[in-house]
Design a protein around this ligand. Structure first.
Ligand code: S3P
Length: 450
């Protein structure tokens, strides 16, 4: 687990042009669903058994924090966890501050989950998490009666949150296209008296809604004519522990998918990938770019759609990606920018403002990484254009800014560029995808310490 005060020493890695990638990639469990399974398990009465849980730094940080609130969490084998929750409203104040490492999702959802119980907790994390705005979560929670002390107007961590006593239901409009903020409000509503109505103009990932239903919450989603939706949650809720099967993470799969598309002669399989419609914007975009990706055997697992993917090397062409698609591929822009570097023509990506507040300022990190490797870009407001090349020069060193997805994206670039691409630090990859390097090597990718 990462510790706010003892970040692991940086480790550089270089990726170079590799032969055809071949084989099968068992991508680990979905990070969003893993986080939610632990949190809902810790809020529920009785036992929750989880299979396929992502064993990564972020998820382990959340597990540690949930123990601080009084839930019992036990790892019983790789990906198999048993959680015994306290029941909604029964969390206690943790004895020490909660270190969420690099995890924005874990920390923000837990803020919501404790917000309507009269307890106090202090949240901290690594340098990246401490630079991310928490005001977007804690300010909307004030409607429930929460108070907090954070650092400055963005309410940066270390942040102390005082949950509300006798919270009442609210009606709130989520002002950002963020599933984390929406989910924090939904979790807070569980212990507020009455029916809360949480509206959002964007269709962000809906794993919280689906899982809350599976745990027995009274929750109802209505579509609005503006294209958004309103979620009604009744409190106080009684959640019942249940079995959760975590599907494989499409956001982690994205790195292997793009690697196979850009390395000539490649053909790889990715079994049982989560295909929730609100998570597959990258697949749609890559297909528009001419990617040959077969999706087979679509089925349901744990209330989510999953399917088997086969990805073939493809000639890609530039496309325009509309801003409304951003919520369904918000974590995939760094790897899309790499794919776009190898495409014919220009790829224009609209509406990327949310990228500036991820694990790093991803818009800036993408532009710096592409520029360092000889790929031209244009940024106008929140839109990014990548100018594709027949041959991507590579040869640059990329600063990852403690951002796992920046690291994996630029290692992917190095597999097909003329010269190797080096990233300055790959330690953060363990926050979401610890098996990344081994799985890629197994396909034939060449990555070595400089
Ligand atoms: C997540 C939501 C997204 C995403 C993050 C996971 C979630 O963040 O970037 O990796 O699990 O709810 P935002 O809610 O900030 O868009």
């Amino acid at each position: 687990m990462h510790n706010a005060n003892s970040a692991p020493p940086p480790k550089a890695l270089s990726a170079r042009r590799s032969g055809p990638l071949k084989g099968t990639v068992p991508v680990p469990g979905d990070k969003s669903i893993s986080q939610r399974a632990l949190i809902l398990g810790a809020l529920a009465e009785g036992e929750t058994r989880i299979s396929g849980l992502l064993e990564s730094g972020d998820v382990h940080s959340t597990a540690g924090a949930l123990r601080g609130f009084g839930a019992e969490l036990t790892a019983e084998g790789p990906g198999r966890w048993r959680v015994v929750g306290t029941g909604v409203g029964n969390w206690r104040s943790p004895r020490s501050e909660l270190d969420f490492g690099n995890s924005g999702t874990g920390s923000r959802l837990v803020m919501g989950a404790m917000a309507t119980t009269p307890i106090t907790a202090t949240f901290t994390g690594d340098a990246s998490l401490k630079s991310r705005p928490m005001a977007r979560v804690v300010a909307p929670l004030e409607a429930f009666g929460v108070t907090y002390e954070g650092q400055g107007p963005k309410a940066l961590m270390p942040l102390t949150l005082h949950g509300a006593r006798d919270a009442q239901a609210i009606a709130a409009e989520v002002a950002t296209a963020s599933a984390q903020v929406k989910s924090a409000l939904l979790l807070a509503a569980l212990n507020a008296k009455g029916v809360s109505h949480i509206s959002q103009a964007w269709l962000t990932r809906d794993h919280s809604e689906k899982m809350l239903k599976a745990f027995g919450a009274r929750i109802h989603v209505t579509s609005c004519h503006d294209g958004g939706e309103t979620i009604a949650v009744e409190g106080p809720a009684r959640l019942k522990g249940c079995a959760v099967e975590v599907p494989r993470d499409p956001s982690s799969a994205a790195f292997a998918i793009v690697a196979a598309l850009i390395v000539p002669g490649s053909e790889i399989s990715l079994p049982a990938i989560l295909l929730n419609p609100r998570r597959i914007g990258l697949l749609e975009t890559l297909r528009e770019m001419g990617a040959h990706i077969d999706v087979k055997n679509i089925r349901s697992s744990g209330g989510e759609d999953i399917g088997d993917l086969v990805v073939h090397h493809s000639s890609l062409r530039g496309v325009t990606v509309p801003g409304w698609r951003a919520p369904s591929m918000i974590d995939e822009y760094p790897i899309l920018a790499v794919a776009a570097s190898f495409a014919q023509g220009r790829t224009v990506m609209h509406g990327l403002e949310e990228l500036r507040v991820k694990e790093s300022d991803r818009l800036a990190a993408i532009v710096a990484g592409l520029t360092a490797n000889g790929v031209a870009t244009e940024v106008t407001g929140d839109d990014l254009t990548v100018i594709g090349m027949d041959e991507v020069p590579g040869g640059g060193t990329v600063t990852t800014h403690m951002d796992h997805r920046i690291a994996m994206s630029f290692l992917t670039m190095g597999l097909a560029s003329q010269e190797p691409v080096m990233v300055d630090d790959v330690t953060m990859i363990a926050t979401s995808f610890p098996e990344y390097q081994d799985l890629m090597s197994g396909l034939g990718a060449v990555m070595e310490a400089p």
